[in-house]
Design a protein around this ligand. Structure first.
Ligand code: SF4
Ligand code: SF4
Length: 365
């Protein structure tokens, strides 16, 4: 396994990292189809990855990732601690909440996390996170106290990541992207955001949705083409560990148009690469709605429809009467946003999981 520099932290991390969602058990919603191995099985999968050269392990607090922290802690107690980099995170946005979360993580892990992220920082909570006394300040204090080693911001949002990249308190960024949702990655790379800090990428397999159409070599190689420090792969079985960590993946450039064309043979997707350039005068997050729809088409039906139900009606109402259509003007792909919104509304109206499944993939590449 090759290693890459984690920004200016002085750490080297394996270019493939271990995402712990699939090894969790517990009443959490991150992955409905969780594999839920028992602790000893989980430890053995973590060890498989370790033996293949994985040195970066990413987890989150108990209320988000169930018992993943505890399983990771059990594993870490059985290998030399200095060989492992632990990235942990919490959706806590005030300083007080974040401090509490970090101490809870230390207890579950039985060791200090190396990097601690504010998880799911977004445009609504960013001011709380970044302001004096917020979660970021709390992590900096914990770093000075030696409770954690490095401070991170994890976000799905270009604007938040760009803000974090310019903030001297932040050591590492964590973002989401893959060969389909690469618009944000292209921006972060081309605008030199990615290169300013350590950069960890998750959702490389799009929650496993892209693995029916592309090989691990294509999915991982396509990401290693970017200047990321490490690509996290969710691993829940020994086979998945071998596929992700076994071969030395070669960086390759798969044009988005090719990815979209291949997926288009089996799925009716919206041609959005999630660059997040679209601006809606009414404040709607069009890129998120299109993402939910595409994930629905790719098979994550229940999760996607639950999210679409929250957004689609007000969005559709506003689009019908909108005259400025700033979204279309700001979209480099010139997507006809209002008509796509109508399509989503029509296809998901009264949708049940069963009806969603009829739109799923009909064949494999
Ligand atoms: S058409 Fe719809 S998405 Fe576009 S700017 Fe108007 S309200 Fe927003
Ligand atoms: S709708 Fe257009 S601008 Fe918005 S994220 Fe998709 S491709 Fe980018």
């Amino acid at each position: 396994m090759r290693t890459r520099k984690l920004g200016e932290t002085g750490l080297l991390v394996s270019e493939i990292g271990f995402g712990t969602i699939p090894i969790l058990s517990g009443d959490v919603h991150v992955l409905p189809d969780t594999y839920s191995p028992d602790p000893e099985t989980a430890i053995s999968i973590l060890r498989d990855a370790y033996e293949m050269g994985c040195t970066l392990y990413d987890t989150a607090i108990e209320e988000e990732y169930g018992d993943a922290e505890k399983k990771l802690g059990m594993f870490v107690s059985r290998v030399p601690r200095e060989k492992i980099v632990i990235a942990d995170k919490a959706r806590k946005y005030t300083g007080e909440e974040m401090r509490k979360a970090v101490f809870g993580s230390c207890e579950n892990l039985g060791t200090r996390p190396d990097i601690y992220f504010v998880h799911q920082a977004d445009c609504k909570n960013a001011d709380r996170v970044f302001s004096p006394g917020g979660a970021l300040d709390a992590l900096c204090s914990l770093k000075r106290e030696g409770v954690i080693r490095f401070v991170g911001i994890a976000s799905h949002y270009y604007d938040v990541l760009a803000r974090a990249a310019d903030d001297p308190r932040v050591d590492v960024l964590q973002a989401s992207g893959n060969i389909l949702e690469c618009g944000i990655l292209n921006r972060l790379r081309d605008e030199h955001v990615m290169q300013k800090k350590g950069f960890i990428l998750n959702k490389v397999l799009a929650a496993g949705l892209l693995t029916q159409s592309f090989s691990p070599a294509e999915l991982i190689g396509g990401i290693l083409n970017y200047p990321v420090s490490s690509a996290l792969i969710g691993i829940g079985t020994p086979e998945q560990a071998s596929a992700a960590m076994g071969p030395e993946h070669t960086a390759c450039d798969i044009p988005w148009e090719t990815v979209f064309e291949i997926l288009g043979r089996h799925y009716a997707l919206i041609a959005c690469d999630r660059c997040q350039r679209c601006v809606c005068s009414r404040g709607h997050e069009i890129h998120s709605v299109f993402r939910y729809f595409n994930y629905r088409q790719l098979g994550k039906t229940e999760w996607a429809e639950e999210n679409l139900r929250r957004y689609i009606d007000p969005l559709s109402r506003h689009c019908r009467t909108c005259t400025d259509r700033t979204c279309e003007a700001s979209c480099p792909r010139r997507l006809p946003v209002p008509s796509l919104v109508e399509r989503i509304r029509a296809e998901t109206e009264g949708a049940s999981s069963e009806s969603g499944r009829t739109l799923r993939r009909t064949g494999q590449r």
